[in-house]
Write a protein that binds this ligand. Structure first.
Ligand code: GAL
Length: 760
């Protein structure tokens, strides 16, 4: 019987997995384990300097002969051959049986009933394979995915395996193809209307009907055809405060139906005004993000992604650059819903490699396909306002780079004529000299806040954007006296970095400089700060000295706990009153301590045990009180606006660890994070506590992983214990319903928190 409908099944369970050595060609008979997909085989592995060490001389941009960069990709077993298999019991009656992969890390090869039916080297590309010619209804069908994850492919943690969702899509005879719908709105702000052009690709000639639903779900327009258009008067515009979303429902005469969300907004980059959203100038206060979720690894987790974005948005972040590769597609759904503008980036390498086995090996064969596929997949998202064809591409320093740049820009324009194209140049002068700058619509400048005016004056017609900036580094809760501007950063024996947010590796700088540069350059569309969260891999500045597992660049640490820098950004990027005092107040008697207070208020007063402390100076958002002799007690800052007290921030000297405070940090869609804080008897946070905490989760859920945000802690995340780092640790649990998280530690009162989990 013919079925006139589409059916989609997420393939999350039923998978078997085994990992073998490089060169294995035969699927092994033994050693299979049951896994769920998305799956990252490396995250539960142990850390080791032997996992993917990389010679630094491989990097064209960062030449250090004979030096080995340990743990550049995180020190986890992200390489090897991985095999996945799943039995598919397919119902008869559909005309097409398609499997959609959102991403396989990497060099995925798809086998079905003994035939190789697809492959994709680039781990960040989504693609589909057609099972239809090989489908059997009388015997079991077996889908096999072979992953060949090479070493030395990545400058950060890539994850390994089928780390993004997979789905089976069964379609009727005349159907809409994979990524086959494009709703392309063009807004006329003066007329207060939008013309939505609709394009649909089908497998065979078909009559296609369209319905447009407004943000409240009400039907507002109908149309017919594979190429058609609809005029929407008085559209509800998408913006970062009210991200209104429309839905296009497209159906064929054979009963296939696809729902596509889109948004109506006018996004412009101009030479004089930088970025404008719906005609209003707006600074993009953005961050760069890699794709891992710290202790949860690279396996896509929508709830974990939402948590990251919510924390960033609360800080005033309104932009995301998906460094340096296409993201999981549903991350863009979250950005659409939350009102975050996106720079979607395609590549970190073109022809010249940064890594021995990096993308340059595949560039000639795959770049066009990977780029077109990314754009065809994502061009409906209102959040995407610009495409980036590359990050710090070594080819920018060669005359041939211009041709490649032109080629990639042309592909973008052909695939989506509604968005501009940029490239993140870290050698802007070379990119200008070699003509690459002429080939993009927006000149992406990386790490050059002192020169925006220079480029603007020399090329007043150029549109400029700070595609990557800052790269300040810090370890949460770590303070070294005296506080000085460390550019380059001062290294310490304990492999930590000062948290006064005055430390940066060579070529990088402190947030203050970009805040300043952006204020002085209204013609720059804003910036993307490196990075929102710490990520696995790239433990600069200790990349050659120690087994560092994760970065120090994040505004939040790897566990999602706020560093001091979070408040620096909130003070500059929001109007919400911010007053944040650092450091902690546990020092040896008499130690001279530098005290900083980050604020966007007009006036701050500082008191130590009730006595006012004289201000040394103000630098932007920082109120600085130098060399205050430590005395135990209470340090209190009071912030004022218009002469009125707005808020205060207090730190206390803490005694010995005695008890715990457990805080529900996140609870959504079955994922729970609990923050454990170690307190003294009085209830003050013990800022140097490093006690071992043990976790037990009971009830309708389970323990997943834990972390403390310490970049050199190489305990395996899935162990049910963790050392606190500066008095804190974070625990991740799965929760279908009520769970009980019990935390205990030596000499500390064990404490249990009950959390009502489940799908919200
Ligand atoms: C940039 C690069 C990023 C990251 C950062 C660290 O040059 O684009 O991927 O490596 O440096 O500072």
């Amino acid at each position: 019987m013919k079925i006139n409908a589409r059916k989609t099944i997420e393939l999350t369970t039923g998978w078997q997995f085994v990992r073998t050595e490089f060169g294995t060609t035969q699927m092994p008979a033994d050693g299979w384990q049951t896994v769920t997909v998305p799956h990252d085989w490396a995250i539960t592995g142990s850390f080791s300097p032997d996992h993917d060490p990389q010679p630094l001389e491989d990097s064209v941009l960062d030449y250090h002969p004979n030096v080995i960069h340990l743990c550049r990709s995180g020190g986890l077993p992200v390489y090897g051959v991985g095999w996945y298999k799943i039995a598919l019991d397919l119902p008869e009656g559909y005309a097409s049986y398609i499997i959609e992969f959102d991403g396989i890390m990497s060099r995925g090869e798809i086998w079905y009933n003994g035939v190789c039916i697809g492959q994709r080297p680039y781990g960040y590309s989504s693609f589909s394979v057609d099972l239809t010619p090989y489908v059997r209804f009388d015997q079991p069908n077996e889908l096999i995915v072979k992953v060949n994850a090479l070493t030395k492919t990545s400058r950060w943690y890539p994850g390994a395996g089928i780390y993004r969702p997979v789905r089976l899509v069964m379609k009727p005879e005349k159907h809409i193809l994979y990524n086959g719908v494009w709703a392309r709105p063009e807004v006329d702000l003066d007329k207060d209307e939008a013309l939505v052009q609709i394009q649909v690709r089908t497998n065979a000639p078909a009559t296609v009907q369209h319905k447009i639903l407004d943000p409240n779900g009400a039907l507002i327009a109908e149309a017919e055809g594979t190429e058609t258009q609809v005029l929407i008067p008085h559209p509800q515009l998408w913006n970062t405060e009210t991200p209104h979303l429309y839905t296009l429902v497209s159906s064929t005469d054979a009963g296939d139906e696809v729902r596509t969300r889109f948004g109506i907004r006018k996004a412009q980059f101009t030479a004089d005004c930088g970025f404008l959203l719906n005609g209003r100038q707006m600074k993009i206060n953005g961050v760069c993000m890699h794709h891992d979720f710290g202790m949860l690894g690279a396996a896509w987790n929508e709830s974990a992604a939402r948590r990251q974005l919510e924390l960033l948005k609360e800080m005033g972040c309104n932009g995301l650059r998906t460094t340096h590769n296409p993201p999981q597609p549903t991350l863009l759904d979250l950005c659409d819903e939350m009102g975050i503008v996106v720079m979607e980036e395609a590549f970190d390498e073109w022809h010249i490699g940064k890594e021995v086995n990096g993308y340059h090996l595949d560039f000639d064969a795959w770049a066009e396909r990977d780029l077109r596929d990314m754009i065809e997949r994502d061009r409906n998202h209102p959040s995407i306002v610009i495409y980036s064809i590359g990050n710090e591409i070594p080819d920018q320093t060669t005359p041939e780079g211009k041709e490649t740049c032109r080629f990639l820009t042309r592909i973008c324009h052909e695939t989506d004529d509604s968005r501009p194209v940029t490239c993140g140049f870290n050698r802007p002068d070379a990119a200008i000299e070699n003509g690459l700058a002429d080939e993009v619509d927006v000149i992406g400048i990386n790490y050059n806040p002192g020169n925006y005016q220079k480029y603007h004056d020399a090329h007043p017609e150029w549109v400029i954007m700070a595609s990557e900036t800052v790269s300040c580094i810090s370890s949460r809760g770590e303070y070294f006296q005296p506080a000085v501007k460390e550019m380059p950063v001062i290294k310490h024996d304990n492999y930590q970095v000062n948290s006064y947010d005055w430390s940066a590796p060579p070529f990088c700088y402190i947030p203050d400089m970009e805040f300043d540069a952006q204020k002085k350059a209204p013609f720059v569309g804003g910036c993307f700060v490196w990075t929102g969260f710490d990520y696995l891999g790239e433990p600069t500045p200790y990349r050659t000295d120690a087994l560092g597992r994760s970065s120090y660049f994040g505004i939040l640490d790897l566990a999602g706990m706020k560093k001091d820098r979070y408040y620096a950004y909130a003070a500059n990027w929001t109007d919400t009153p911010v007053l944040h005092l650092l450091p902690h107040w546990n020092w040896a008697p008499g130690t001279p301590v530098d005290v900083h207070c980050y604020t966007n208020l007009e006036q701050v007063e500082l008191f130590l045990n009730g006595r006012q402390i004289p201000l040394s100076r103000v630098e932007g958002f920082r109120w600085i009180y130098e060399q205050i002799p430590f005395e135990a007690g209470e340090l209190k800052a009071i912030g004022y606006k218009d002469g009125q007290k707005v808020m205060e921030d207090v730190v206390h000297t803490a005694g010995a660890p005695a008890k715990l405070r457990l805080i529900e940090n996140w609870n959504r869609d079955g994922l729970v994070f609990v923050e454990a804080q170690i307190l003294d008897q009085e209830g003050h946070l013990c800022p140097n506590a490093a006690c071992t905490l043990h976790f037990e989760v009971t009830g309708a859920g389970k323990y997943l992983a834990s972390d403390n945000g310490n970049p050199i802690d190489t305990r395996t995340f899935s162990e049910p214990w963790c050392n606190a780092f500066h008095g804190k640790a974070m625990i991740a649990c799965a929760a279908d319903d009520a769970i009980f998280v019990r935390v205990s530690g030596d000499g500390i009162e064990a404490t249990t928190i009950q959390i009502q989990g489940g799908k919200q």
